[in-house]
Design a protein around this ligand. Structure first.
Ligand code: SAM
Ligand code: SF4
Length: 327
């Protein structure tokens, strides 16, 4: 079992399988992209399989596949098939922009992978295309509806971006009226590959909740697991639910149970911290299993208690992009 230096059990791995993406969301990276890793610096699918096995053996029982866009990786399903048969792994989920998932929906269902997070930052097509800088709205919308209709447990991630999409907060929330989905509103974080810098945000979770309350004064809070990053609510009469994720306000750090591994093998113990170790060369060398375990134990044993503490120590992490970290 992995226990950190603040006595928190770490059982949730966010595993990035690539840093590339077919969209260019303006809160995530600049229009020209970032300095993407060279192919030989990315963990191969075989390495990702072995690494997952090692980490599950150490006590990880939930893996979220992220990126970049996971489905730009042509061999992703090979990894997912492997994970679906990995003993000890209780929960596999995927975070995606839903542009490329279409051909894989049937197989995902057959594998029993039910939890899919879809990033959708606008319900208006022009706004979507302005934010993502790509013409993919119809594909995303169709895939989203297909995922819901096929019975996946779909959570929609919407980042509230001042001056860009806040007029879409209530319209996107309407999806939860008609469908059994969870619409989650995230605070913007300063990890955008240098697109812009900021010290504070206008649309924090309190502001988002006030905005929703004006339209739906009767919403009420739901119980959520202690380790949940979202605070969840229900509006009477809605089929689905909604939530807010204070990713910039960081109210949830105290019960954090996450470990991140980037597509290049960096071990990241907090979004606001620098990588503690890199596992790629270790994976490619002698005695890799023991050496990986050692590095992971070391990283978990020296975690910052909160994102604020980490930010104090690593002031330059804000030049990172979420496409490298994995969100
Ligand atoms: N491409 C996939 C997607 O967009 O869902 C997975 C990777 S993406 C980096 C993972 C999550 O990070 C997405 O939900 C995205 O909205 C979020 N994200 C990216 N940049 C962000 C930022 N600056 N602030 C807050 N969340 C961000
Ligand atoms: Fe791509 Fe996801 Fe970043 Fe958008 S948020 S650019 S979809 S990695």
């Amino acid at each position: 079992m992995l226990i950190d230096n603040h006595n928190r059990r770490i059982n949730y791995l966010r595993l990035a399988v690539t840093d590339r993406c077919n969209l260019r969301c303006n809160y995530c990276m600049p229009a020209e992209g970032i300095n993407f890793a060279k192919n030989d610096k990315l963990l191969t699918i075989e390495e990702l399989k072995v690494l997952s096995e090692i980490l599950v053996d150490q006590g990880i029982d939930k893996i979220r596949i992220t990126g970049g866009e996971p489905f730009v990786r042509k061999d992703l399903m090979d990894l997912l098939r492997h994970l679906a048969n990995l003993e000890g792994l209780k929960d596999i989920s995927v975070t995606t922009n839903a542009t490329l998932i279409g051909p894989y929906i049937d197989e995902l269902k057959a594998l029993g992978i039910k939890n899919i997070n879809v990033s959708l930052d606008a319900i208006n097509k022009a706004t979507f295309e302005r934010i993502t800088r790509r013409d993919q709205y119809d594909t995303v919308h169709n895939n989203l509806i297909r995922l819901i209709s096929e019975g996946f447990n779909v959570r929609i991630n919407f980042i509230a971006l001042d001056g860009q999409n806040t007029q879409d907060i209530l319209p996107v929330l309407e999806l939860a009226k008609h469908y059994p989905v969870s619409v989650r509103f995230l605070e913007e974080m300063p990890f955008n590959g240098g697109s812009k810098s900021f010290q504070k945000i206008t649309w924090d979770y309190k502001h988002i909740l006030e905005h929703i309350k004006k339209e739906y004064p009767d919403y009420y809070k739901l119980d959520s697991p202690k380790t949940s990053t979202s605070i969840n609510y229900k509006i009477p009469g809605f089929k689905g639910t909604f939530g807010v994720i204070p990713s910039f306000s960081r109210t949830f750090c105290g019960s954090c149970n996450r470990l991140r591994v980037s597509a290049t093998g960096d071990v990241i113990t907090c979004l606001y911290a620098k990588a503690s170790a890199n596992l790629r060369d270790i994976m490619r060398g002698e005695d890799s299993e023991n050496r990986v375990k050692e590095q992971v134990l070391k990283a978990v044993g020296s975690r910052a208690k909160t994102g604020f503490e980490a930010q104090e120590k690593y002031k330059d992490v804000f030049s990172n992009s979420m496409t490298s970290i994995g969100g």
